[in-house]
Write a protein that binds this ligand. Sequence first.
Ligand SMILES: Nc1ncnc2c1ncn2[C@@H]1O[C@H](COP(=O)(O)OP(=O)(O)OP(=O)(O)O)[C@@H](O)[C@H]1O
Ligand SMILES: [Mg+2]
Length: 587
Amino acid sequence: MSEKSKKSPGSGLRELLKLYRFLKPHAWKFIIGLLFLLISSGASLMFPKLLGDMVDMGNKGLTLREITRTGLLLLIILVVQAFFAFFRTRIFVHVTERTLASIRQSLYNRLIRLPMTFFSERRVGELNSRISADISLLHDSITDTLADFLSQLLVITGGITLMMVTSFKLTLFTLAIVPAMALLAFFAGRAIRRYSKKAQSFVAESNTIVEETLQGIQNVKAFTNETFESKRYREKTEEVARMGIKRGKYQASMSFIGMGIFMSMALVIWRGAVMISNGLMEAGELFSFVIYSGFIAGNVAGMASVYTRLQKTIGAAENLLLLFDEPVEEIDENYVPQPAYTLHGEIQFDHVNFSYPSREDMVVLKDVSFNINSGQEIALVGPSGAGKTTIASLLLKFYDVKNGRILFDGRDSKEFPVTALRSQTAIVMQDVFLFGGTIRENIGYGKPDASEPEIIEAAVQANAWDFIRSFPDGLDTVVGERGVQLSGGQRQRVAIARAVLRDPRILILDEATSSLDSESERLVQEALEKLMHGRTSVVIAHRLSTVRNADRIIVLNDGVIVEQGTHNELIANSGLYRSLTELQFAR
Ligand SMILES: Nc1ncnc2c1ncn2[C@@H]1O[C@H](COP(=O)(O)OP(=O)(O)OP(=O)(O)O)[C@@H](O)[C@H]1O
Ligand SMILES: [Mg+2]
C-alpha cells in the first residue's frame, strides 16, 4: 500500500490549515471577529428563554410592569446582538478580502516564476479557469465557513444544555431524530462534493474551449469550424449540466432535513402537551423548548451545509497548494548586474543531449557540441524540427540539459543565476508575441525604465519608426490582443526594437526576418547587422541568403550537427547545406 493512494481523512484539513497562514497578519482582527460572533450567537440563545418567561408571566398573572421589563430586556439584547453581528460581518469581510488578495498575489508570483517545463505540460486556459474557480471557492468560505461552524457549535451545545436544564426527558425526545438527519446530511454532502468537483473540471474544459477558440478566432472562421466548435462546447457544457443534475438529486434530499425539523417539533409539542396536562411543565417552558429545538435543528442542518462547503474548500485548497508546492525558478527580483556574472559572450555547447520533459523518450538534441567566440555571428540552419529553437531555449535556461554542459565564458551555465543570464540576453522569437497594450509598452518591455528618446531610438534602429510615426497615435497606438492590429512584419520589427532596447551581450534571432517583404527584409537585415555588431549572435534562419555572412554556419538535422563552417566552405562541401541552398535558389 502506497502512502500516497491512501490519504488520512485529516490530511485535507491540514492542507486547508496551511492556507490559514495567509490569515496570520490579520489574526487579531480575526479573533476579535470571532469574539463578536460568539457574543452575538450567545445572545441569540437568550431569546427562547426570555420569550418563554414572558409567556409564563402572563399565565401567572404578573403585572404589566414586570412583563414589560422582560420585554425591554429582550429588546436591548436584540439591539446589542444586531450591533455585534454588524461589526463581526464587517471585520470578517475585511479579513477575507485582505487574505484573498495576498493569496492571489503570492499565487500569481509563484505561477509566473514556474519553469517552462510546467507550462509546456499544461493548457493555460484550463489552468486559468481552475485557479479562478478555486479562489472564488476560498473567497466564499475562508472566514465564513469557520465562523458559521463555530456559531453553530455554540448554539447547538448551548441550546442543548439549556434544554436539559429545563427537562432532561423532553430533550432526549427532541434529539431522537438528530442522528438520522446528521447521517443523511453527511452522505448527501459527500456526494454533492464529488459531483461538484466533476462539474468543476468540465467547466474548466469548456472554458478552455472558449478561450482557445476566441484567441484563434481567425482560424476557426477560416476553417469554417464554428459548428465543430459549437458541438465540442455543447458536449462539455452538457456534462456540466449532467453533473449538476446528479448533484441536485442529493441536494434535493436535503429537504427531508426540513421534514425532520418539523417532525421533531411536532413530537416535542405532543409530548410537552401531555406533560403540561399532567402538571409536569409550564406552557412557557414548552414554548421556549420548542423554539430551542427549532434553533438546534436549524443549526444542525446548517452544519451539514458547512460540512459540504468545507469539503469543497478543502478540494480547492488542495489544488492551490499543489501550485505552491511546485518548485519555482530562482529569479532574483532585485537583481543588480554583478561583475562576476558579466558575460563576454563566449558560448560553448559541450556534448549536449536533450529531450523535453513532456516527451522524455524523444531525444531532440544528440551530442551537440560547438563553440561561439565572443562577438561572433553564428547561424543555425536546418530542416524544420531539427532542434534550432530548442538550442535557443537552452541558451535562455528555459530547460535543464540532461547530459553534457553549456558553458558561458568557459563556466558551466549552472553557475549563473537565471536572472544574470537572461538579463544579458535578448531574443526575437519565432512566433512574435506582443502584449495587448501600446507599441510603446511593447518596445519598453525590453527595458521597463526606458525613456521616450531611447524607445524612439530603438524603433529607428529596428526600422520600425517609419510605420509607427505614420500611425495617428504613434507610439501610443494600441496593438490589440497579441498584436493583431499590426501586420506580421510590423510585429516583428516591434519585437526587434524591444531586443535593441535591451542592449544585450547575447542576441538570439529566431527567424527574425521571416515575415518581411524583400524591401523591409533588407532594412531589417541592415538594422540587425548593426545590432549584432560587437555582440555574440545566434541567428536561426530558414532563408539561407540572410545568413550568408555569418562567421560560422551550423547545420542541424534531426538533432545532430551534420556540418559547420562558413558559407563558402559548406558550399564546397556538397552536403546538406549545399542542397538546401540549391533548393532555395531553384525556387
Ligand atoms: N515544448 C516541447 N515539448 C516537447 N517537444 C517539443 C517542444 N518543443 C519542440 N519540441 C520538439 O522538439 C523538436 C525540435 O523542435 P524545434 O522547435 O527545436 O525545431 P526547429 O528546428 O526550431 O524547427 P522550425 O524550423 O520548424 O522552427 C521537434 O521534433 C519538436 O516536435
Ligand atoms: Mg524553430
